[in-house]
Structure formats: structure tokens, C-alpha cells
Design a protein around this ligand. Structure first.
Ligand code: CA
Length: 464
């Protein structure tokens, strides 16, 4: 037995000894399937009527549906920074989408923060990011320099999907805003040519990666960050032809894009089954923020869209399976947040988390197996610094000052009774509103200001 194998055996014994009542042969793999700007209602398990998602639904049927599943920010970059670190991203100043400037060393995840891959490396995991990175374009923030062993995708916040559109060799050749959507796909540090629709290529890469990890007997973390169904709306006839009855052209293309992701989820689940690792792999599915008006998504019955702190911006399709550990067909009755994924996987591996950077999430497994029956979170918080936006959810009630409309007074809603945030209870419950605002202020006092240039105001490409 070589040293690597001995190390793995030691880890397995460790896990066996710390998982009271839950016996796993090995530390579980983790696959996070993240979609981009997908609407709350645009999955079968949340009642979608015009886009079948049988494979994503399988995942939900095999495990748990989080009807009140949140992300920590209503747009891409900060939401992903929260997910990957397990911490409210404003704790380290990731308050907005960073510039895509490859020469800017600070635009991205701060070096002192540890992401999921960096943490899991310490307990022998291999990690891959396949798809959208968006955590910095400088070489020092390249995924291979941030704990990941494999990268297949693109560094920026969005991308074209058709292979013939990917003509730019590198960010250094970008001469206008958004042109980075046409950069060639990267495999590790190499620019490569692709033949197929990008969503299909990402799925292929994910399956190759899983097969390789099984072959090498590695515990692994796969972050499959599809950019679908984020704009631009582009789909192939293979998927468009599934929706002859959707008359709205944009909705039809969006449906095709969601359908391609659904095929991808099905193929990933097949790969787990074929390799016999379903019971040793946690699979989480969620969107990085709510649907936007730009991609014809549907957040019903939630109010608002991407970039709002109303439910439509931060509450997302969210499901998780861990066959053999989490009961199937569970509907979890309490709020959870994307930050919980980090706490959940690190609890299974027993890796030590730095005391200087405590996690904001909770290990969800005891709540899902019935060992704990209370709500995992007493309060959840949101801040959108650039727009003076704030929100706090405590139990069933939420105090929110939405972001896009400065000086909008905060409003109080009972989310359980009023999912669409229609009835402002602030005047009838002034004490509750005051108390929640104070709690939010206490949290806000721990946060940092934005520390990098924002995508909204950058123009670095003019120097190219
Ligand atoms: Ca997004």
C-alpha cells in the first residue's frame, strides 16, 4: 500500500469515527451543480409547466427539496463568492461583480479567504471547476492557483454558447466590453477549440472528470457551474425542437437552454450510477440568483428578479440528494442558504476551519436525517451595499429595503403567509421592524466595503 492509499484509509477511518449514527465507507464526494439566473419556478419540482426537467426532478425526488432555499446575493459574482467560501461575501468586501481585468490582482477572491477546494485539499480531495469561474481573472486567482486541480471553462461572468462564436484567444485581446463572452474555452491554462454547444461540452468534461476520479480512487469536489440559462439566449435545434408549442421566441430559447442543463444533470447522475458512487456522493442543485427579465425566466410566485432583495432575487430552485443518508422525497420546511453547502461538506470530512474566518452556514445533514428538528438558521442576512439594500429574515418574517430604488423605506413581510411580499406589516408591527433593523445593523457592522473595481464602471480594455 502506497502512502497516498494509507492517507486515504486514515481519512476513511476518521470519517467512520466522527459520523455518529451515519456510517460512510469513505468521506463523501460533493457535486455542486450551479445554474445561472434560472427562475424559481423554472424546474419541475417547483411547478414549472412549460419546461420539463425530469432529471433535475429525479435529483429532488431522491433527496430533499428546499422550497425556501436562498443564495447570499442577488447577482452572480458575490453569490458565488459566498457559496465557495461558506461566508457572507461582504465580510471580505466582495460586494459586487468584480472587473474582468486580467491585470488586476485584487479583483477576485481575497487570498486570505479559503474556498471549498482549498479547504478540501487539506483532507485529500481533488477538485474541479467546470464552467463559469467569475472569482477573478488575474493569474493569481486562476482556479489552479485557488485549490482546484482541474479547470474547464471560462474566467468571466458570462459566455457565448456556440463553438463558432468563440474566436478570441485571450482576455488580453479584448477591446470592448462584453467581448470576453467570445474567448476560447480554457482547459487548465490552455485555450482549446470546442465542437459542441457549450452546455453539452461542460457536461462531457464533468463526466470525464468523475470517471477519472473513480479510476484514481480520489474523494472529489466537482463544481459544475453551468452558465446556462444566463443570457445571451442561444440554443441548438436539438433542444429548441423540444418546445414547438412555446410561441415566445425568447422563452422558447430559454426553455431549450434549461433543457440542455437538465440533460446534463441526467448524464452526471448516470455517471454516478455507472460508477457505483451514488451513495457516496452528495449532489446539490441550485441557481446562483433569481431569474431576470433579460432571459425570459419565471420566478412565480415570488416578487422581483435578479438583483432584487425581494424573494425573486435571492430565493432559487434548490435541491440536494445523498442517497442512503438523506431520506428521499423530503420537503424541508425551513429556510436554508447556499452558505450551508460549505458547512455541510466540511462537517463530513472533519477538516478544521480557521478560527479567523468562521463559516456562516450550518451542516444540514442532521436536520435532514431527523437528528435535529428545529430550524437550522435563526436569522439570515443580505446586504447590497451599492444600492443601500438590506434584508433580514428571522423565522417567518422578513424586513427588506429593496435595492434598486434608493431611499425606499424598509418593509416587513410574513414570508410563510405572504410568499409574494404584498402585504407590508411594518405599521402594524413597528417593534418587530425596529428589532430586526437593529439585528441587521449589528451584522452590517462586521462587514467590509468593496475592495476591488466593479464590473459596472471598468474600462480596462481601452488599454488593449
Ligand atoms: Ca447569475
Amino acid at each position: 500500500m502506497n502512502i497516498k492509499k494509507i492517507h486515504k484509509l486514515a481519512l476513511s477511518i476518521l470519517t467512520f469515527s466522527v459520523c455518529f449514527g451515519t456510517i460512510h465507507a469513505k468521506t463523501p464526494n460533493l457535486i455542486v451543480i450551479l445554474t445561472d439566473d434560472q427562475g424559481y419556478k423554472d424546474v419541475g419540482f417547483n411547478g414549472c409547466e412549460d419546461i420539463p426537467t425530469p432529471n433535475i426532478d429525479t435529483l429532488a425526488n431522491n433527496g430533499v427539496i428546499f422550497r425556501e432555499g436562498y443564495v447570499s446575493f442577488p447577482v452572480c459574482g458575490p453569490s458565488r463568492a459566498g457559496l465557495l467560501t461558506g461566508r457572507y461575501q461582504d465580510r471580505f468586501g466582495y460586494t459586487t461583480n468584480p472587473t474582468i481585468d486580467p491585470k488586476n490582482e485584487i479583483a477576485g477572491l481575497p487570498k486570505e479567504e479559503e474556498n471549498m477546494a482549498e479547504v478540501l485539499t487539506k483532507v485529500g480531495y481533488k477538485s474541479a471547476i467546470i464552467g463559469k469561474w467569475h472569482m477573478g481573472s488575474h493569474i493569481s486567482n486562476h482556479p489552479l492557483n485557488r485549490g482546484f486541480d482541474y479547470f474547464y471553462g471560462f474566467l468571466s461572468g458570462g459566455h457565448n454558447y456556440m463553438p463558432e462564436m468563440l474566436t478570441i484567444q485571450d482576455l488580453s485581446q479584448v477591446t470592448r466590453k462584453w467581448q470576453w463572452y467570445s474567448t476560447k474555452i480554457m482547459e487548465n491554462h490552455q485555450r482549446i477549440e470546442i465542437d459542441d454547444y457549450l452546455t453539452d461540452e461542460l457536461t462531457d468534461a464533468a463526466n470525464r472528470y468523475i470517471d477519472l476520479q473513480v479510476q484514481e480512487d480520489n474523494p472529489f469536489f466537482l463544481y459544475l457551474a453551468y452558465n446556462a440559462p444566463h443570457a445571451p439566449l442561444q440554443a441548438t435545434e436539438k433542444y429548441l425542437s423540444r418546445f414547438p408549442n412555446i410561441e415566445d421566441k425568447n422563452r422558447r430559447t430559454y426553455a431549450a437552454m434549461v433543457s440542455s442543463v437538465d440533460d446534463g444533470v441526467g448524464r452526471v447522475l448516470d455517471t454516478l450510477r455507472r460508477n457505483g458512487i451514488e451513495e457516496n456522493t452528495i449532489v446539490v442543485f441550485l441557481s446562483d440568483n433569481g431569474g431576470t427579465t433579460k432571459n425570459s425566466s419565471n420566478n412565480d410566485p415570488l416578487k422581483g428578479f435578479k438583483s432584487d432583495l425581494f424573494e425573486g432575487g435571492i430565493r432559487v430552485p434548490f435541491a440536494m440528494q445523498w442517497k442512503g443518508t438523506i431520506p428521499s422525497a423530503l420537503e424541508f420546511p425551513h429556510p436554508v442558504i447556499s452558505l450551508d453547502i460549505m458547512s455541510t461538506i466540511t462537517a463530513q470530512t472533519n477538516v478544521q476551519i480557521s478560527k479567523d474566518r468562521p463559516l456562516d452556514g450550518v451542516n444540514l445533514i442532521p436536520y435532514l436525517t431527523g437528528q435535529k428538528s428545529e430550524a437550522p438558521h435563526k436569522t439570515l442576512f443580505w446586504r447590497k451595499r451599492e444600492n443601500d439594500g438590506m434584508a433580514i429574515r428571522s423565522g417567518d418574517v422578513k424586513l427588506v429595503a429593496n435595492t434598486k430604488y434608493k431611499n425606499t423605506e424598509n418593509q416587513l413581510f410574513n414570508i410563510k403567509e405572504d410568499i409574494s411580499e404584498k402585504k407590508n406589516l411594518k405599521s402594524s408591527q413597528p417593534e418587530k421592524s425596529k428589532q430586526l433593523l437593529q439585528e441587521w445593523e449589528n451584522w452590517n457592522a462586521q462587514l467590509k466595503e468593496r475592495y476591488f473595481p466593479t464590473l459596472g464602471k471598468d474600462d480596462w480594455w481601452k488599454k488593449n
